[in-house]
Design a binder for this molecule. Structure first.
Ligand SMILES: NCc1[nH]cc(CCC(=O)O)c1CC(=O)O
Length: 312
């Protein structure tokens, strides 16, 4: 056990969602007896309002925090796991994946209408190709348009009447204390979440053994197992940031069950697999998709140097 009381510098983006996540991790560490100081780090994703698919995917939220870690300006960083590119980052380790929040997506709509009750031609905003393709299948009578910005701004588009509905992660809304504004929870049968949705990743320098050891106390094994399977699928597909892929792993007794969906030019391809080893399960799912995808759908999955991240 650590006996000295270091003050840990926790790097966070300034957004309300980021500070709520970072604040939660800071509280967990304080409960273990450590001093924690929040250090604000600004990222390209926060400064620009261009579509994420144009500025390099959700990884833009991550790179500035990683730089601050590598330069020793902070000791740990908290990321939304779904925004973290698949693959190892030199010199850094995800020392903790705490227990996952609700992984599902929710709808916020005018008059609290459910998706099925929205009128013909209703306009739903989302910047996520994954949400768009699943909405097309679940609510074919609606129209999906692009949308970005922080959670508050997105909700404002419904409140001010410029959109009929939006889709958001339940986890983010809960962390902001605004879950009561949801008009419908989308079950995984209707809308599979992004790989890793609802989970946090707490990262530190590999050579900082003390911080690594102390962060490991926040790790939640069942969450790590599930998100490992989901992200192995993404990694094996070398999914580009515009790849519309949803995945959710859940444990059923001895078996880990992976549900996944991919949007193709002919509609959704959805599959369920059971296994025991998370990485193998993700890879098997990738193999299934690759053997069932039409040739014209495969190029959209190819990784590009700047865009190797899942969309929201
Ligand atoms: N892409 C943005 C993003 N990244 C993480 C969350 C919150 C949910 C989570 O922690 O997985 C959100 C907002 C959203 O998708 O509604």
């Amino acid at each position: 056990m650590t006996h000295d009381r270091r003050s840990l510098r926790l790097g966070t983006r300034a957004s309300e969602l980021a500070t709520s996540q970072s604040g939660w991790v800071a509280d967990q560490l304080r409960a273990l007896g450590h001093e924690v100081e929040l250090v604000l780090v600004s990222t390209e994703g926060d400064r620009s309002s261009a579509p994420l698919t144009q500025i390099g995917g959700t990884g833009v939220f991550v790179s500035a925090l990683r730089e601050a870690l590598q330069e020793g300006r902070i000791d740990l960083a908290v990321h939304s796991l779904k925004d973290l590119p698949v693959g190892e980052e030199a010199g850094l380790v995800v020392a903790a994946i705490p227990e996952r929040e609700d992984p599902r997506d929710i709808v916020i709509s005018r008059d609290r209408l459910r998706l099925a009750d929205l009128p013909e031609g209703a306009v739903i905003g989302t910047g996520s190709p994954r949400r768009a393709v699943q909405l097309e299948a679940a609510a074919p009578h609606t129209t999906v348009v692009g949308l970005r910005g922080n959670v508050g701004r997105r909700i404002g588009k419904v409140t001010d009447g410029s959109l009929d509905a939006i889709v958001l992660a339940a986890a983010g809304l809960r962390r902001l204390g605004r879950i009561a504004e949801a008009s419908e929870v989308l079950e995984p049968a209707v809308m599979l979440p992004a790989p890793g949705q609802g989970a946090l990743a707490v990262e530190c320098r590999t050579d900082d053994r003390e911080t690594t050891r102390l962060l490991m106390q926040l790790d939640h094994a069942p969450t790590r197992e599930a998100v490992t399977a989901e992200r192995a699928l993404l990694g094996a597909l070398e999914a580009g940031c515009s790849a519309p892929i949803g995945a959710l792993a859940t444990r059923h007794g001895d078996a880990l069950v992976l549900d996944a969906v991919i949007g193709t030019s002919e509609g959704l391809l959805r599959h369920t697999l059971r296994g025991t080893t998370p990485v193998d399960l993700g890879h098997e799912m990738a193999h299934h998709f690759l053997t069932h995808l039409a040739p014209q759908d495969r190029p959209s999955l190819l990784k590009t140097p700047t865009a190797q991240h899942p969309g929201a």
